[in-house]
Ligand binder design. Structure first.
Ligand SMILES: [Zn+2]
Length: 216
């Protein structure tokens, strides 16, 4: 699948590479303005050509470029909920709001559905006690919406994966793999007994995509 993942947090984009990068053609983007650009046909085509250049091949004859103007381009668009707002259309007064963190995910999801993506998700790791925008998703978690033919979910309930390269001695058991309590040894829940955990975790986008594909 041709997948676009939008998130302003670097570790969540690294997690996208880890959980989707192997199986799919993945593009990641970290800003609101860039996301709008990539959700347009022109932006998408530029991205295809960039990818071709990266792999030192002639991309001008790629099937993705020769599709009809009305054909969908991204198969799946998975995005964050809260991100710094972009500059689009802003001038004067409006510029004061540019860069402020807003729940832009809703609009990006609708944009993605409109562009023909078949699978759309908005996923936040913000604790629902810490931001009303996250709490708004409490009753929507993993309900599957049909928007313009796209399957769409909005969720604040997500799994995370440890970011490769940030492995360290488990902070729960100090590397022992087990925790002693009342003379009994229990397997450490944090590292599942391995003695290793991660300094950084990111969203498990692979599971989010699975949730979209599995449900009818
Ligand atoms: Zn542990």
């Amino acid at each position: 699948m041709n997948i676009l993942v939008i998130d302003d947090n670097e570790r969540h984009l690294k997690a996208a590479e880890q959980t989707l990068g192997g199986e799919h053609a993945l593009t990641t983007c970290s800003s609101h303005d860039e996301a709008y650009n990539l959700l347009s046909k022109r932006g998408y085509e530029k991205e295809l050509l960039r990818r071709a250049e990266e792999h030192e091949i002639d991309g001008t004859n790629w099937p993705g470029l020769n599709k009809n103007e009305t054909d969908p381009f991204w198969d799946a668009v998975l995005c964050d909920l809260l991100m710094p707002a972009g500059k689009m259309a802003q001038g004067g007064e409006g510029l004061r709001h540019v860069g402020k963190v807003m729940p832009v995910g809703w609009a990006l999801a609708l944009e993605a559905a409109k562009s023909g993506a078949k699978f759309v998700a908005v996923a936040t790791d913000m604790n629902h006690h810490h931001h009303p925008t996250s709490a708004m998703l409490d009753n929507l978690n993993y309900h599957q919406f049909q928007i313009d033919g796209a399957k769409a979910i909005f969720t604040n309930c997500i799994s995370t994966v440890g970011i490769n390269g940030t492995e360290r001695e488990c902070s729960g058991c100090s590397g022992a793999g087990s925790i002693k309590r009342d003379d009994e040894k229990y397997k450490c829940w944090r590292c599942d007994g391995t003695g290793t955990d991660f300094a950084e975790y990111g969203k498990d986008w692979g599971k989010i995509l699975e949730a979209l594909i599995d449900k009818k």
